[in-house]
Design a protein around this ligand. Structure first.
Ligand SMILES: NC(=O)c1ccc[n+]([C@@H]2O[C@H](COP(=O)([O-])OP(=O)(O)OC[C@H]3O[C@@H](n4cnc5c(N)ncnc54)[C@H](OP(=O)(O)O)[C@@H]3O)[C@@H](O)[C@H]2O)c1
Length: 492
């Protein structure tokens, strides 16, 4: 008999559950992708019945999923509990055992902590005290796993303390730290594209690549009450520490021995450890921070937003010229940028290949090539795909050159909708595959790089620039390209 899995969502009355987790589960259910039958147990302090929870979710679903929800709904159950109170977990434990049937110890349980991060430690401590985490290493049945959402710490000391706390109750193989960017189809493709093809890898070195740009540009600003959360975080901690550094690691890492979790994560950690720490005296040269001001896209600037402290120095934009001290990447700048209230929403990686040493077309007044012929653009969102650019001869007399492109678009695969990141991540967590989740040392190594930048800001009077909402960002960020050809990509 196939035992069901139990997915227990703590914080199930919240935004993440309704907007991401339930739709992702439902898509997997419709696609027949769930590895086993599933029971979903929603938990929070709110008093409600299972029927009321189902009805609330149904009304928030997109119409395309409403029909499938009819079959899925009976698998959803509500339990009221303050999960930071051990006594209240006893009742939950009893309900889980009852739903599991005759042999509850053989049923796998995935506890998803869709909760504020300060609850991660106390909740895991209560689960442990109740005996709800006990399972053998690599158990095929009766496994117990915990998923924690971002942010994982706010700096290196807090991340280290959280790792120590959680790992005093769980083994590393039971702990799944999410960075949902790794669940994105196009981010996973960075690995496949590099390591399942032979033609790109020989070019993927300092001999051929002059610079690498990684951009996560957003048009959203501080909608609703988001300002209150964001003001305590900022672009560096909210986006660079996790999403941008994860993309950087996938672009810069050496080929892993396999796609097994530890092989991939070992290589990523090596990249983070090779990231050169930016000393305080270079912070203003290598890192540009800024806040949006009122502009074409918004009638108020960051400092006028609800929940933002008066005179706040929190950055809504950051651009970094990072260096990776490895044989492969020595001397190649990695230019990272992210910001809110920008001109376009897009995420992409651009490899700028070196320009030819001389210009044989004779168009340039100097020996320098007037155009950068070769870039490789990996579009993560939107218009997911890959674009190579190169020069071709303009037909006719002479040697006039023009840019041309070869492109691949995910839409050409006939896939109507690329699966959401949470679909893949939930499946992997249910299967116990942790390649797309973060290991503790990875998170700590990433924080170490970020903390040095923050310390540099605190130790110096590095300016906080402004940029008009709806613009491509502050002009001083262009200076990060010093010594290289080119400037920031404008996006698709
Ligand atoms: N929303 C997103 O898109 C998103 C994206 C990335 C990461 N995250 C992360 O995901 C986590 C959840 O985010 P969210 O946006 O869903 O937060 P949220 O909307 O504030 O929901 C959190 C839920 O936790 C419940 N809760 C609080 N204390 C509890 C306790 N002691 N016992 C049981 N339930 C408790 C609350 O429900 P009651 O008041 O009913 O108890 C609340 O509904 C956070 O760590 C966040 O940083 C969210």
């Amino acid at each position: 008999m196939v035992r069901p899995d139990q997915l227990i969502i703590f914080g199930a009355s919240g935004d993440l559950t309704a907007r991401k987790l339930i739709p992702a589960l439902l898509h997997n259910f419709v696609a027949g992708a769930l590895p086993r039958p599933i029971q979903v147990i929603g938990v929070s302090r709110s008093e409600r019945t299972s029927e009321a929870w189902r009805e609330g979710l149904r009304s928030s679903l997109p119409p395309a999923l409403a029909e499938a929800f009819v079959d899925f709904a009976p698998r959803l159950h509500w339990v009221r509990a303050d999960v930071a109170q051990r006594a209240q977990l006893q009742h939950l434990h009893e309900v889980l055992d009852r739903l599991a049937g005759p042999e509850p110890d053989t049923v796998g349980r995935l506890y998803y902590l869709a909760l504020a991060p300060q609850l991660f430690g106390p909740v895991v401590a209560c689960l442990d005290a109740e005996g709800m985490l006990t399972c053998a290493p690599d158990a095929q049945q009766g496994w117990r796993r915990v998923v924690v959402e971002k942010p994982f710490g706010t700096d290196l000391p807090s991340a280290r303390a959280l790792n120590q706390e959680l790992l005093s109750y769980l083994r590393e193989d039971q702990l799944f730290r999410i960075d949902h960017y790794l669940g994105k189809e196009t981010v996973q493709n960075l690995l496949s594209f590099r390591f399942q093809n032979t033609i790109f890898e020989p070019l993927w070195t300092r001999q051929h690549v002059e610079s690498v740009e990684i951009s996560v540009c957003e048009t959203v600003a501080m909608e609703g009450r988001r300002g209150a959360y964001y003001d305590g975080a900022g672009a560096l901690r909210d986006m660079v520490q996790n999403h941008l550094l994860q993309i950087l690691a996938l672009i810069a890492m050496e080929p892993p021995g396999s796609l097994q979790a530890d092989d991939v994560r070992n290589e990523k950690v090596k990249v983070f450890r090779a990231l050169r720490q930016i000393p305080a005296e270079q912070i203003a040269r290598d890192v540009v921070r800024a806040q949006y001001a009122a502009g074409p896209a918004r009638d108020r600037g960051y400092l006028e937003e609800e929940g933002v402290a008066p005179g706040s120095e929190t950055e809504t934009y950051v651009a970094i010229r990072a260096a990776i001290d490895t044989w492969r990447w020595s001397g190649v700048p990695f230019l990272l940028r992210t910001g809110k209230a920008l001109h376009k929403r897009f995420t992409e990686v651009v490899l700028n290949f070196r320009t030819p040493p001389i210009d044989l077309s004779g168009q340039a007044p100097t020996d320098a090539c007037p155009l950068r012929p070769n870039t490789l653009r990996l579009r993560i969102q939107p218009h997911e795909g890959v674009v190579w650019s190169f020069l071709v001869k303009e037909p006719g007399a002479g040697m006039e050159m023009r840019m041309a492109e070869l492109g691949f678009d995910y839409a050409d695969l006939g896939v109507s909708q690329i699966p959401d990141a949470y679909q893949r991540l939930l499946l992997d967590a249910l299967e116990g595959t942790s390649t797309l989740f973060l290991r503790g040392d990875e998170v700590e190594a990433a924080w170490s790089f970020i903390d040095t930048i923050r310390a540099g800001w605190e130790a110096t009077d590095a300016p906080i620039h402004t940029y008009p909402a709806g613009s491509p960002g502050p002009e001083p960020a262009d200076a990060l390209f010093h010594g290289c050809e080119g400037s920031w990509s404008y996006g698709p």
